[in-house]
Design a protein around this ligand. Structure first.
Ligand SMILES: [Cu+2]
Length: 163
C-alpha cells in the first residue's frame, strides 16, 4: 500500500517537473521516473525497517504478566459477569493483583487514581488468570472492568490503600 502510494507520487512528480526541465536536461521522462522510483524505494525500505524495529521493542515490553513477582504482596481478585470481588482495603507497597475471570464473558481490570491508570493490554478470557503489578501508594483507587464502560454501567468498586 505504502509502496504503491510512493510510486504514484513519484510518477506524478516526474510528470509534473518534466516539461519545465525538458530543454536544459536531456534525460528522458522514463529515466527521470526511474530515478524517482529508486529514491522512493529506498525511503520505503527505511520506513519499513523502522516499523519492524519499533514493533519488536513494543512486543517485548508490552505483555500482560501471568506470574506474581516474589517480592509483591499477592492479592486475589475474582471477576465474574456481575461484579469484582476483592479486598476493599490494602496496605501500601508493591502489589500483584492476581485477576481471575470466573465469568463466561471477557473482562479486564483497570486501576485508577491520580497519576495512575493501568489495565491489561488484552482482556482476560473466561477461566483465565492474569497478574497486574502496581506499587500502591496510600490513597483511594477506583477499580473497574473497562469492558462495559461504553455501555454506561461499568463494574466498579473503590479500594482504599493505607500506610
Ligand atoms: Cu467486566
Amino acid at each position: 500500500m505504502k509502496t504503491l502510494t510512493l510510486i504514484m507520487l513519484a510518477s506524478a512528480a516526474a510528470v509534473a517537473i518534466a516539461p519545465a526541465e525538458d530543454k536544459k536536461d536531456d534525460k528522458t521522462l522514463g529515466e527521470k521516473t526511474k530515478e524517482m522510483l529508486q529514491k522512493a524505494g529506498e525511503k520505503t525500505k527505511e520506513a519499513g525497517q523502522a516499523v519492524v524495529d519499533g514493533t519488536k521493542k513494543a512486543a517485548e515490553a508490552l505483555v500482560d504478566a501471568v506470574t506474581p513477582d516474589s517480592d509483591a504482596n499477592k492479592v486475589d481478585v475474582k471477576i465474574d459477569d456481575s461484579g469484582i470481588d476483592m479486598p476493599a482495603t490494602l496496605s501500601a507497597g508493591k502489589t500483584a493483583f492476581v485477576v481471575k475471570n470466573a465469568g463466561k464473558e471477557k473482562h479486564n481490570f483497570r486501576i485508577k487514581c491520580e497519576g495512575l491508570d493501568e489495565k491489561f493490554l488484552m482482556n482476560v478470557s473466561s477461566d483465565d488468570t492474569k497478574v497486574m503489578h502496581v506499587d500502591l501508594k496510600p490513597g483511594t483507587y477506583e477499580i473497574t472492568c473497562p469492558e462495559k464502560e461504553q455501555e454506561g454501567n461499568p463494574m466498579k468498586r473503590m479500594l482504599t490503600v493505607g500506610q
